[in-house]
Design a protein around this ligand. Structure first.
Ligand code: DQA
Length: 150
């Protein structure tokens, strides 16, 4: 059974209390349960991570790339949070590690401030889910499995 990495960027550890009018009331622990259930139904395990540090997210993407090569991992469902809009390094990591990534955003970034309209991640992603609340993680998992499973 191959696993799926669900990766969360900065400040997503605050879900549930962070701007609930934008991100809802579910906590990151709730999101983890949602992801585990969705993956289980499709016959996959979840490896769930959150980091506030860009370098740590890069290392995790490199690790996912190595494990995709061995067939141990299917790919990554990634909410890069604010690094979406700033990080060329994360785009390079995804391309360099050659890892299938589905980019997920809880909020509809396109209805928000203009600085959130551009993503450095999207051009390296196999798909994008935006604005569906935390259910977007489920859609991301389903999309990844649909696209990558042989
Ligand atoms: C986010 C959107 C980003 O613009 C923001 O910086 C986040 C969360 C989302 O899930 O909607 O931290 O990625």
């Amino acid at each position: 059974m191959s696993s799926i990495m669900v990766l969360n960027g900065p400040n997503l550890n605050l879900l549930g209390t962070r701007e609930p009018e934008t991100y809802g009331h579910e906590t990151l622990a709730d999101v983890e349960i949602l992801c585990r259930d969705a993956a289980k139904q499709l016959g996959h395990d979840i490896e769930f991570h959150q980091s506030n540090h860009e370098g740590e997210l890069i290392e995790l993407i490199h690790d996912a790339g190595r494990r995709v090569k061995t067939g141990e991992m299917l790919g990554v469902v990634f909410n890069p949070a604010a690094y979406t809009h700033t990080s060329i390094a994360l785009q390079d990591a995804i391309k360099g590690a050659n890892v299938p990534v589905v980019e997920v955003h809880i909020s509809n970034v396109h209805t928000r401030e203009t600085f959130r309209h551009h993503s450095y991640i999207s051009s390296a992603a196999i798909g994008i889910v935006v604005g569906m609340g935390v259910y977007g993680y489920v859609l991301g998992i389903q999309g990844l499995v649909h696209k990558q499973q042989k």
